[in-house]
Design a protein around this ligand. Structure first.
Ligand code: ASP
Length: 319
């Protein structure tokens, strides 16, 4: 059996070539490495894949560099609406929340739904009430405010209004390796534990300037998140609507289960063929029941990392 392994992503998008800032790049690499290490530590201590992905995504939510939890993007209306899902490959149990504004860590709310409710998804106020009733930390909506995301909303709105803005110029303000105005910053994790169990978790603020009430692929089982011990665990990032229309995370599993494709073949087909045919952009991370991993993306870059227990974390940003 394979060594336990965790893989994570922090969103996909276009590289801001004009604006590469070595210091900012280092921050991303550092953040990704430390989250992989935290996931490896859970697995090395005998923790479950479910615990490892929950903890990795919680840490990514806490990191303002990524569009989930603190650092989430703004809706068109200037609010935050967060989505998250977690799935346990053991029995294909899942929990999800959508459109929450007051739960500090949406992934923990999703986990509470998985473990403490007969339902799979709660949305908006009902989800917040559920989270509060189950003892999760609640915050004021302005907890999620960051100046960078606020500026990003204004740039997006200005562009929508045909006031042209140079994206690279905007990226140069911050020097992020992946242009913050052209990236999907969802976070996610997939893992295989020592007992051979798979799990996946995905969390997001959605897409900058989205209409209030819009829900993407992230909290939808089979679209943005999927785990099944018989096949694979998958977490996606990118244009959510196409991942929903393509049922992309489940599609990887189905191609493996019914068409006998390998992990590599299935993920390539979904990301490099099927998503592109739907006009979709982004990528996914996946680990199969043998411990093989795949981290394909059809955008210019994707913040990503992985680590088998006992190995040094490996992280990447560009192709
Ligand atoms: N897929 C997410 C959504 O559509 C966005 C992202 O990946 O950043 O909400």
């Amino acid at each position: 059996m394979s060594k336990p392994v965790i893989a994570i992503h922090g969103g996909a998008g276009a590289i801001s070539r004009a604006a590469m800032n070595a210091e900012k790049e280092q921050q991303y690499i550092q953040a990704l490495s430390s989250v992989v290490e935290a996931g490896q530590a859970v697995l090395a201590g005998g923790g479950s894949a479910l615990d490892a992905v929950t903890e990795a995504v919680r840490l990514l939510e806490e990191c303002p560099l990524f569009n989930a939890g603190k650092g989430a993007v703004f809706t068109h209306q200037g609010t935050h609406e967060l989505d998250a899902c977690v799935m346990d490959g053991r029995g294909c149990d899942a929990g999800a929340v959508a459109g929450v504004s007051r739960v500090r860590n949406p992934v923990l709310a999703a986990r509470a739904v998985l473990e403490q409710s007969p339902h799979v998804m709660f949305a908006c106020e009902g989800a917040e009430k559920f989270a509060a009733a189950h003892g999760l930390e609640m915050v004021e909506p302005d907890f999620f405010f960051t100046q960078e995301r606020f500026d990003q909303l204004h740039r997006a709105q200005a562009e929508h209004g045909r006031v042209l803005l140079d994206h690279d110029g905007a990226a140069a303000l911050h020097g992020d390796p992946i242009d913050p105005d052209r990236k999907f910053g969802t976070v996610g994790a997939v893992a295989l534990d020592a007992a051979g169990n798979l799990a996946a978790a995905t969390s997001t603020g959605g897409m900058t300037n989205k209409q209030a009430g819009r829900i993407g692929d992230t909290p939808i089982v089979g679209a943005g998140c999927y785990a099944n011990n018989a096949t694979v665990a998958v977490s996606t990032t990118g244009t959510g609507e196409t991942f929903m229309r393509g049922v992309s995370a489940y599609d990887v599993s189905a191609l493996m289960e019914y068409a006998g494709l390998s992990l590599q073949q299935a993920t390539d087909k979904v990301v490099m063929e099927k998503l592109l045919q739907l006009g979709g952009s982004g990528g996914l991370i996946a680990v199969d029941r043998h411990g093989n991993i795949a981290l394909p993306f059809n955008s210019e870059g994707m913040y990503r990392g992985f680590g088998y227990v006992g190995d040094a974390p490996s992280v990447g940003i560009y192709r």
